[in-house]
Design a binder for this molecule. Structure first.
Ligand code: ZN
Length: 203
C-alpha cells in the first residue's frame, strides 16, 4: 500500500511538472503569438523575477485595431509615420493583450524587456531587471474588456507557477519621477487580481 501511494505521489509530481511546462516553454508562452522585438537584453545575473507590471497602450491613442503597437515594439516606425507621428523609442514589453484577448509576446520572459523605463519598486531601482511587463490594449480613461481580464488572469496564473512572483504593480505606481506615467489608469479593475492570494497588489 505504501509503495502504491509513493508511486501515485510521484505520478502526480510528474503530471504537475508537465502541466507547468506545457504553458510556458523556456520563457515562451504557448497561448501567445510570438513576434520578436529587438528591444531587450539579458537580466542581471541571479535576478529573481518577482514583479509583474501592468501597462496600457494603444496607437494611435484610443484606436483599438491595427498593427501599430506591434510595429512600435519592433521599431517599424516608418509604417506608423505614414498615419501619425510618434517619437521613435526603443521600447518593448513581454506581452500585449488585445481587446479580444489575443496575446502577442515580444520578449522571452527569461530576458529583460524595456517597458518600465526609469522606475523603482520598494526601494529597488530598474524594475525592468526583475519584472515581467504586460501591456493591455487600452487607454487610461476607458474600461478594459472581459476577454482581457480572462486572458490576463490565465497568463499571470501561468507565470506564477514558473517564477517566484510576489507582487503586481501598475506602471503608474513604479514610474519615476512620480506622475511620469498613469497607466493602466483608474478604469483598470485591479480587484480582479485579488484572486491571487499570494501576490501583493500595488495600484
Ligand atoms: Zn506603461
Amino acid at each position: 500500500m505504501r509503495l502504491f501511494l509513493t508511486q501515485m505521489k510521484e505520478h502526480f509530481v510528474v503530471m504537475n511538472i508537465k502541466k507547468k511546462s506545457m504553458k510556458l516553454d523556456n520563457g515562451f508562452y504557448l497561448g501567445a503569438k510570438w513576434k520578436k522585438s529587438p528591444n531587450f537584453n539579458s537580466r542581471p545575473l541571479s535576478t529573481t523575477i518577482s514583479l509583474i507590471v501592468i501597462h496600457s497602450i494603444s496607437l494611435p491613442v484610443g484606436v483599438y485595431s491595427g498593427k501599430y503597437v506591434e510595429n512600435f515594439f519592433c521599431n517599424d516606425f516608418h509604417k506608423m509615420n505614414e498615419i501619425f507621428k510618434i517619437e521613435p523609442m526603443n521600447v518593448s514589453s513581454h506581452f500585449f493583450i488585445r481587446r479580444n484577448g489575443f496575446i502577442v509576446q515580444f520578449v522571452n520572459t527569461n530576458d529583460r524587456a524595456w517597458h518600465a523605463g526609469h522606475s523603482s519598486f520598494k526601494g529597488k531601482d530598474n524594475c525592468n531587471d526583475f519584472s515581467i511587463g504586460i501591456e493591455l490594449e487600452g487607454v487610461d480613461n476607458d474600461f478594459f474588456s472581459e476577454s482581457q481580464y480572462i486572458k490576463l488572469i490565465k497568463l499571470i496564473k501561468c507565470l506564477s507557477l514558473n517564477y517566484p512572483l510576489e507582487n503586481i504593480a501598475s506602471h503608474e505606481s513604479i514610474a519615476l519621477p512620480k506622475g511620469r506615467k498613469n497607466d493602466p489608469g483608474p478604469y483598470f479593475d485591479y480587484s480582479r487580481l485579488k484572486i491571487f492570494k499570494n501576490l501583493n497588489l500595488f495600484f
